[in-house]
Structure formats: structure tokens, C-alpha cells
Write a protein of this length. Structure first.
Length: 434
């Protein structure tokens, strides 16, 4: 991923230096386990640890790979340059390249998960803060983009909180699912390496031994991992779209913070554009791009092929780096977002009283009017509000049929805004707890 949409901690997980360090730890821990089992001399295993503080030379490994055309062999050759060829002769004993590559990839995905989990926790805190702040700030709810009934800004933030909380649970679950390792040798039969080596290496790396691998760790695990990243990205877009709508000039119920010296347009100095949330919509698309290739990686030929390899070299870094950046950006947007309560009321009153139409409809049916007749009575008055911007309550009070059914006091009572917010506390308890 390009530096513009990257943060250093996540980028570091995918650097060649980090990758080779993990490869080294896999090989060194495997040597330890084989020495304990008497498969190789203890002295040779100890010698491998002489390289524990070595900063592996990426350029040198690339130089060797240019000849060998094999990245793991190039690394092992470079490792022997540090350890000594005789001392390193038992490194990789009974192992195959996928033992190193797949176990390393899952270590990286676990570390990436930990950063993403922290990102979600921070986002949840920002959403909860804004939800509590605007718990009773009334705004109009919309369906199909059209005014529906009153809700609150706090409920808007609360539903985003609940969605991201589900995503946190999903991410924790998929972190556990991806945290497996395999040191099972060619075609996964352990023919040339003891299963206890795998157990030792996985324990040292914080992984669980894969119950059954072929020559690779099953890719349904990775498919699920990237699918969850795709869902989180879609949730980011869900929040971003709402903020973008709120910032539209004719709506302006909320807006991204506009910093001193910021410019909205190269041509029009008056512009304040929702550039961050528009950016988040685009970044969400990039993360979702990884989902289908990850699913297509599940089907490999027999015990292995490498059709998945090129895909994962791209989507592993790109999806996690992009999602890390996007979550962090969204947290900042939510935390500093401007809210305009008066504009919310003004918008609701553009069609005065119209959002109370359902309550009047229900009252008429409860007063003995058939639903069909009640609907017709309410709609004929509501349409006047749409067309002439008159006051819905005044139209109802002038309608003899409605007055006959509900009375003047009955009509006026149906325009109490608190009616629509009476269960906000109940919803908040469901979302945030008591």
C-alpha cells in the first residue's frame, strides 16, 4: 500500500526485515525441538541462535534468490553465511518451504489482527462518546432518503457502535482461527519431522498446531479472515456515507472538522468538502478487493500449488495496512465531527408536522376508523404539506372528518416530540449496558 494510506506499525509487520526475522525464529525453534528429541546435535541447534541479533541483509538475500529462483533457499543460504555452513547443515531438517511461509504468514496476520483490534476499540470509544453526548439530540430519520419519523443523533451513533462492536467480536474470532502453524513437512505427513517439533514451534510463536495440513495450512481460514476485513470495511463505509449525507449543504446536520488553513477546493474558496469520509468510501473498496481472491485461494491442486502465493503477498499487506489506516481515520472523523442540532430541527420542520403522520393514522384506527379510510384522511392532508408547505397539524384541525374522530385536543396531543424518544434509554441499555 502507498505511504499516503499507511501507518508505520502495520507497515513494519510486512517489511522484508520482519518476515526474515520470523523465518529465522521458525527455523531456530525447530532446531531446538529437534535437538531435544535427539534428531540433530544440540551444538548445531545452539549455533543457529548465534544469528538472533543479526539484521538480515535483504539485498543479499535478493541477490541469492536471483540465482536460486527460490526465496526460502536464498534465506537459508544467507543464514548459513552468518552461522557457518557446517553448523547450519541441520537447519530446515525434514521441513518444506510452506512450513516456513505459511507459519510466518499467520504470525503476521495475528500481529495485524492485534493492531486492528486496538483500532476498533479506539473507534468504539469515540462512537460511544458521541452517542452519549447526543443521546437526546432530535433529528429526522430517513428511509429511501425521505423524511420518515424522528430519531436522535445519539441513536445514530449507537447503532454504528453496535455494528462495530459486532465487528470487534468477529475480528477476535477470526484472529483465533488464523492463529495456526504447520511444521509437517512435504505433503503434511510428518514423515521426516516429528509432530512434536510443530508443537514446540507453535507454542513459541503463540500459535496452535494446524490439526491437519497438506503441504499448506488450509486456505478456508484465510478466506474467513479476509471476509471479516471486508465486512469491517463495509461498516466503515456505512458510517462514512451517513456523515457525507449530513454534510451536504442542504442538509448540514453534521460535518467533518475543517482545520485552520484547510482548503476545500482549488477553484471555489467557499467549499468545505467531506474529503475524509469520501476517502474512507474508496479505502473500503480496496479492502473488499481482497475478499474474492482470498476465497478463490481455498481451492488448490492436491496437497498444494502456489496459485495462492502471489495473491497473499499482495492482499496480506494491502488489506491490513489499508484497514488500519481507515479505522484510525474514521476514529478521528467521529471524535472531531461537528454536530448542528438546530439544523436538524430546521430540516424536520421544512414540512411542518409531517413526520407525525403515522401517529395520527394509528390514532384514527384506534378511534374506530377503518385503516383504509384513516390512511386516506391522513394522506390527503399530508400531500398538501408536500405541495404547499403548509402546517400538517393546521390541515388536520381544518379537516372535519379528522376532528370528528379525534377532537382538537386529540390532534394536538399527537404532535408531542417526546413520544418518539421515550424508549431511547431502553435502546442505550441494550447497546451499552446498564
Amino acid at each position: 500500500m502507498i505511504p499516503r494510506y499507511s501507518r508505520p506499525d502495520m507497515v513494519a509487520i510486512w517489511s522484508p526485515e520482519t518476515k526474515f526475522k520470523i523465518w529465522y525464529e521458525i527455523e531456530a525453534h525447530a532446531c531446538d525441538a529437534m535437538a531435544d528429541l535427539g534428531t540433530i546435535p544440540r551444538g548445531n541447534a545452539d549455533a543457529v541462535w548465534k544469528a538472533k541479533d543479526v539484521q538480515f541483509d535483504v539485498a543479499r538475500i535478493d541477490e541469492i534468490e536471483a540465482v536460486t529462483k527460490h526465496d526460502v533457499i536464498a534465506f537459508l543460504t544467507h543464514l548459513a553465511e552468518h552461522v557457518g555452513s557446517d553448523e547450519a547443515r541441520f537447519v530446515h531438517q525434514g521441513m518444506t518451504s510452506s512450513d516456513v511461509l505459511d507459519t510466518c504468514l499467520n504470525v503476521q496476520l495475528v500481529r495485524a489482527s492485534d493492531i486492528l483490534i486496538a483500532d476498533l476499540v479506539a473507534l468504539l470509544a469515540a462512537l460511544k462518546k458521541r452517542a452519549m453526548e447526543h443521546k437526546h439530540t432530535v433529528r429526522v430519520g430517513r428511509s429511501h432518503g425521505i423524511h420518515a419519523e424522528p430519531t436522535t443523533m445519539g441513536l445514530t451513533f449507537a447503532r454504528f457502535y453496535a455494528e462495530m462492536d459486532r465487528n470487534l467480536a468477529r475480528l477476535k474470532a477470526v484472529r483465533a482461527e488464523i492463529a495456526t502453524g504447520a511444521i509437517s513437512g512435504a505433503v503434511g505427513t510428518f514423515a521426516n519431522i516429528d509432530p512434536r517439533v510443530e508443537e514446540h514451534v507453535c507454542a513459541k510463536l503463540g500459535l496452535t498446531p494446524e490439526p491437519i495440513s497438506t503441504q499448506v495450512i488450509p486456505r478456508d481460514r484465510h478466506a474467513m479472515f479476509f471476509a471479516v476485513l471486508g465486512v469491517i470495511a463495509s461498516s466503515i463505509e456505512n458510517v462514512a456515507i451517513e456523515i457525507r449525507h449530513m454534510q451536504r449543504t442542504e442538509v448540514l446536520e453534521g460535518a467533518e472538522f475543517f482545520s485552520m488553513g484547510q482548503k476545500g477546493s482549488s477553484a471555489m474558496p467557499h467549499k468545505k468538502n467531506p474529503v475524509l469520509t469520501e476517502n474512507l468510501t474508496g479505502l473500503a473498496r480496496l479492502v473488499r478487493m481482497s475478499v474474492i481472491p482470498a476465497m478463490e485461494n481455498v481451492a488448490l491442486w492436491h496437497e498444494r500449488d502456489i496459485s495462492h502465493s502471489s495473491v497473499e503477498r499482495a492482499i496480506g499487506p494491502d488489506a491490513t495496512i489499508t484497514l488500519d489506516f481507515a479505522l484510525n481515520r474514521l476514529t478521528g472523523v467521529v471524535d472531531k465531527m461537528l454536530i448542528f442540532p438546530q439544523n436538524m430541527l430546521d430540516n424536520m420542520n421544512k414540512f411542518p408536522g409531517l413526520v407525525m403522520s403515522q401517529r395520527v393514522l394509528l390514532a384514527l384506527t384506534q378511534a374506530g376508523v377503518s385503516r383504509e379510510a384513516a390512511y386516506s384522511m391522513v394522506q390527503r392532508n399530508a400531500l398538501k404539506v408536500w405541495e404547499d408547505r403548509v402546517d400538517f397539524r393546521e390541515e388536520l384541525l381544518a379537516d372535519a372528518d379528522v376532528v370528528a374522530a379525534l377532537g382538537v385536543d386529540g390532534i394536538n396531543e399527537k404532535f408531542d416530540m417526546d413520544y418518539h424518544t421515550k424508549h431511547v434509554d431502553t435502546i442505550f441499555k441494550r447497546v451499552f449496558g446498564a
